[in-house]
Design a protein around this ligand. Structure first.
Ligand code: T3D
Length: 263
């Protein structure tokens, strides 16, 4: 059996490719466990300064593999809370909290938990042919993997509710127009452009980028006062970093900076 997840690590960039193209990269339990292991190792590895997540074939990820669920009318029901607690939630938490930028390249359809995994990224690009589907509504479930958190914050309650209750596909272009994702790229450009961008981030002052991510993610739950305090605290630490000194020196000397990317 081919590896369900492919990784490559070069120049500080860890690229992860979900690799079950015949099932639109839907997650089995094994695959999701593997994904979580890769994510948590990457989160703590200083050699990984940025991440890129994409899918193989014509899909990004179709969420939970429904063949992997022994569920049928009248039969025993699986404990989906256990599945979220132990596998989906850790993946989303690790992506959101890891102190390095995570770029998502949505190469094709992103459905169910696959759609919300995409939205967990820090910068989300999509191929023009990609679609985002909150398909939970079609099978009697609720949007999980952060969907009920990310959607209303990104597009407002009205659109979030429509997407979640109807479970209809949202085109990549509309997703960008609504502010759900950063940018749409032509299908043939997606991989190269996102790899290049993620490489640039990996060569950047990743300590500062990590603090930026932390502050922006905290803002949704903070008052302005609390957010100003957080900015003060994080900026104090950033101001003591070698990367800040290097960034200022490079600017004044009119040369490219060489960031170490330490926290
Ligand atoms: O269970 C838990 O642990 C709780 C957590 C739940 C999180 C979730 O993600 S629940 C939601 C699960 N996902 C879905 O409901 C999406 C199901 N898939 C679809 O609705 C459609 O496949 C798509 C809209 C995503 C794409 O449609 P289309 O027409 O482009 O492709 P297709 O022909 O439906 O799919 C291609 C193949 O992939 C097909 O197999 P086949 O006929 O060629 O042998 C299809 O069955 C398979 N596939 C797609 N999604 C899944 C899947 N197989 C298993 N599980 C899937 N989720």
């Amino acid at each position: 059996m081919a590896d369900q997840i492919l990784t490559s690590h070069r120049d500080g960039l860890l690229a992860i490719t979900l690799n079950r193209p015949d099932r639109l990269n839907a997650f089995t339990t094994d695959m999701l466990n593997q994904f979580n292991n890769i994510l948590s190792e990457a989160a703590g590895d200083d050699q990984v300064r940025a991440m890129l997540i994409t899918g193989a074939g014509r899909g990004f990820c179709a969420g939970q593999d429904l063949n992997d669920r022994a569920v049928a009318p009248g039969g025993p029901a699986p404990d989906l809370g256990e599945s979220l607690e132990n596998r989906y939630n850790p993946a989303i938490r690790t992506i959101r909290s890891m102190p390095k930028p995570v770029v998502i390249a949505v190469n094709g359809v992103a459905a169910g938990a696959g759609a919300n995994l995409a939205l967990a990224g820090d910068i989300v690009y999509a191929a023009r042919s990609a679609r985002f589907i909150q398909s939970f509504a079609k099978i009697g479930l609720i949007p999980d993997s952060g969907g009920t958190y990310f959607l209303p914050r990104a597009v407002g309650t009205t659109r979030a509710m429509g997407l979640a209750l109807l479970g209809e596909p949202l085109s990549a272009e509309k997703a960008a127009e609504w502010g759900l994702i950063w940018e749409v790229l032509d299908d043939e450009d997606l991989r190269d452009v996102t790899t290049e961008l993620a490489r640039k981030l990996a060569a950047g002052p990743t300590g500062g980028l990590a603090k930026t991510k932390q502050a922006i993610n905290a803002s949704g739950d903070n008052s302005l006062d609390a957010q100003l305090d957080l900015e003060r605290d994080l900026q104090r630490v950033a101001g003591y970093s070698d990367d800040y000194a290097e960034g200022v020196a490079a600017f004044l000397e009119k040369r490219n900076p060489e960031f170490k990317g330490l926290r």
